[in-house]
Design a protein around this ligand. Structure first.
Ligand code: CO
Length: 188
């Protein structure tokens, strides 16, 4: 395994919508393993491919942490639910949110691509996501609270969206000030 180079704002790679994955071979598996190692090393809860400069619809979430609920997985390809969790990992290829709870709640978030910045935004309390695993097999994962927030956060990355885009107008002003202080030049 190898470590991947993280991208930070204002890197344009973070703003580029990712392409769908169509090949589920050894190259993808190595990349997923490298993403996993990079996420653990950076103490991240999740990681999306654009954050390491690969514009493809691939994301992972660490579900080994105590604070994260066990994901509720349903197979859409006649597998056992666990079969979709490679070594207990949640790997999302071409993920799509297919259901969102009406209830909106506060979520305190950070992002490996915006080091040292945390803030509270609004997210759907629960979501259901349809995705493919590393072998291309379709499954669904339903989650609430922290895991649901992580799913929304990582899938946002695949569309070129960052959690700070969801800040209220007032908080956006504060975020811009924070960026100016850190010499982070934001896109207009
Ligand atoms: Co992020």
């Amino acid at each position: 395994m190898a470590m991947l180079q993280l991208k930070y704002i204002p890197d344009p790679d973070l703003r580029t919508p990712a392409s769908a994955v169509s090949t589920f071979g050894a190259g993808l598996h190595t990349f997923l393993d490298n993403m996993y190692e990079t996420m653990l090393d950076a103490n991240g809860l999740g990681l999306a491919a654009p954050q390491v400069g690969r514009s493809e619809q691939i994301a992972i979430i660490d579900i080994s942490l105590d604070c994260i609920q066990t994901p509720f997985v349903t197979s859409l390809s006649k597998q056992s639910p666990e079969a979709h969790l490679h070594r207990g990992r949640l790997e999302l290829i071409n993920p799509e949110i297919i259901e969102r709870s009406a209830r909106i709640v506060s979520s305190e978030e950070g992002c490996l691509s915006i080091p040292d910045y945390r803030d509270t935004i609004k997210r759907h309390e629960g979501v259901t996501v349809q995705a493919q695993d590393r072998l291309g097999r379709l499954y669904k994962v339903a989650a609430i609270e922290l895991l649901a927030f992580a799913l929304q956060h990582e899938i946002d990355h695949l569309h070129g969206t960052l959690f700070v885009d969801h800040l209220s107008r007032l908080k956006k002003v504060l975020f811009r000030k924070w960026c100016a202080k850190k010499n982070v030049e934001l896109e207009a």
